[in-house]
Design a protein around this ligand. Structure first.
Ligand SMILES: [Zn+2]
Ligand SMILES: [Zn+2]
Ligand SMILES: [Zn+2]
Length: 115
């Protein structure tokens, strides 16, 4: 049971030792090594028990939801110092990200009007 993230919704598989943890701090406590950084995190949703992968180099708002059951896990937001990150920014990805953000805002606005 993780004491670092309140109500953790996903487990992550450490890319270094291939074991499952609720968060990087849990890994840190029981390991004698640092969590290896990776661009592709393997996660398991605790709600639907399905395993999925996330490209951390292109992490978007919609990626905070389980792709199988739409469970909102937001492990990133609660642990900004989790140590899983990307070195260097690809400007093309940033541009693409902004474009997608704009679309999401527009959709929210539309559904507000309808609802
Ligand atoms: Zn490890
Ligand atoms: Zn933890
Ligand atoms: Zn799920």
């Amino acid at each position: 049971m993780c004491k670092h993230i309140l109500n953790a919704q996903v487990s992550i598989r450490a890319p270094c030792c291939q074991k499952w943890y609720d968060c990087p701090e849990c890994h840190q406590e029981v390991s004698d090594h640092n969590l290896r950084k990776t661009v592709e995190m393997v996660m398991a949703c605790k709600k639907c028990k399905k395993v999925f992968r996330k490209d951390m180099s292109n992490y978007e708002e919609e990626d905070e939801y389980c792709p199988n059951c739409d469970n909102h896990y937001v492990i990133e937001a609660k642990t900004p110092q989790m140590g899983i990150g990307i070195e260097g920014d690809d400007p093309r990805l940033v541009k693409d990200f902004r474009k997608k953000q704009a679309q999401i805002v527009e959709e929210d606005f539309m559904s507000d009007r309808l609802g």
